[in-house]
Ligand binder design. Structure first.
Ligand code: EPS
Length: 389
């Protein structure tokens, strides 16, 4: 991997940190672009009380000077405002007060296997790091990767296509960047107004019934050059890297590239994207069923990936569990939680895709200064006769 993204931080600890290492020097960054993605991650009907406490902002403490990257690791810090309510329970250092341990693992969370594996007795020692609060740091780092990609003409967008049993209608034409203009104004980040209303109603009904709700988001990257990734070795195939990054998001249980699972049911003649050539367009396709990936490489068509998110494991009406201090039956931990975070997961997935693509560009084109990268990309596009679409 040419680029590294490391996060640190607990959900109710003092704050979160993200380190991004491997970007070139000379890349222009704007603080409002980092904060805009952090604010977008806080959106969505179905969030709990925590989002009213936090107003996430990234403070850059290394790697950037006067709005330009220096080529060294970039460090980003985001404070947990809620820490002021958790100072005794989450203090890095011993405290006077007695802090009771949590002994009620939630089915579907990291709680049980975590204490088991790490030899701990307090579930909080696991759940604090396992919490999806960590995605805040990924989004901050992803925004930096996104700035790098934007300098190379790549734009990433996302929308929600399913919440629980409610599906957005099938698209009749491929989406373009401009179709996403108002997506963040929609309460569930869905592009279809009627489906959005049904999704909001579904969340309300399920929330009243003490349920949490999952769903499916779709992320699309535009302007990606053909030939990122490679067919030559399993670990260089970009499909695998993207699926891994999407499935690493808390509560995501499935990733699909292009038409994904639907391809399995189709005959070959309706599963692939026929190849055409014209002097004006060069090589092109009329369809994009493969989601912009063939043989582990980008095709130059928009890159499309979906992620399926399970309902969150913290339920207001808890599931059956076991008290790990007594091994007696007990109800799982009941904590303040969100009922639906699929809209936010789409924003997190944009960050993860931005990281994977930025890494692939770094690997293929190298360069110490952003102008070196731009020149290398331009030379390559000229050699293969490809223009962004
Ligand atoms: C989370 C539980 C909730 C979520 C949290 C993820 O936090 P709290 O326990 O403080 O109410 O709001 O997500 C965030 C804090 C966030 O920023 O997205 C969990 O258990 O995973």
């Amino acid at each position: 991997m040419s680029l590294r993204l490391i996060t640190a931080g607990e959900s109710h600890g003092p704050g979160l940190t993200c380190l991004v290492e491997g970007l070139p020097a000379g890349l222009e960054l704007h603080p409002e672009e980092l904060d805009r993605d952090l604010a977008r991650r806080q959106l969505g009907h179905g969030r709990g009380g925590r989002m009213k406490i936090e107003t996430d902002r990234a403070f850059v403490t290394a790697g950037v000077r006067h709005g330009h990257t220096l080529g060294g690791p970039i460090a980003l810090q985001i404070a947990n405002r809620d820490y002021s309510n958790w100072e005794e329970r989450m203090n890095p250092w011993p405290v006077e007060a007695e802090v009771p341990e949590v002994h009620l693992p939630r089915p579907g969370h990291a709680d049980l296997v975590g204490v088991w594996k790490y030899g701990l007795t307090d579930v909080r020692d696991i759940l604090e790091r396992a919490s999806a609060r960590e995605t805040t740091a990924r989004v901050a780092g992803g925004a930096v990767c996104r700035g790098f990609l934007a300098a190379l003409g790549v734009e990433i967008r996302s929308h929600v296509v399913q919440i629980g049993t409610v599906h957005a209608p099938q698209l009749t034409a491929p989406l373009t960047v401009s179709d996403f203009g108002g997506v963040d104004d929609d309460p569930v980040r869905c592009l279809d107004a009627q489906a959005s209303r049904a999704m909001v109603d579904h969340i309300n009904v399920q929330r009243k019934a003490n349920e949490s709700i999952g769903g499916v988001f779709e992320v699309v990257a535009y302007g990606v050059v053909p030939g990122l990734g490679s067919h030559v070795s399993w670990e260089t195939r970009l499909d695998g890297k993207i699926a891994s990054a999407i499935c690493s998001i808390q509560a995501v249980k499935g990733a699909a590239l292009g038409d994904g699972w639907e391809l399995a049911a189709r005959p070959g003649s309706q599963a692939h994207d026929e190849i055409f050539y014209s002097d004006e367009r060069g090589y092109y396709r009329e369809t994009n069923r493969c989601g912009g990936l063939e043989g582990g490489m980008t095709t130059g068509e928009p890159l499309i990936v979906r992620g399926a998110m399970k309902p969150l494991p913290t339920l207001t009406k808890p599931l059956q569990s076991v008290d790990i201090s007594t091994r007696e039956p007990a109800q799982a931990l009941r904590e303040r939680t969100d009922s639906c975070t699929v809209p936010a997961a789409g924003v997190v997935a944009e960050a993860m895709l931005a990281f994977v693509l930025a890494d692939a560009y770094r690997e293929k084109f190298g360069g110490d200064h952003i102008d070196d990268v731009r020149d290398a990309v331009a030379r390559y596009c000229e050699r293969i006769g490809w223009q962004p679409r």
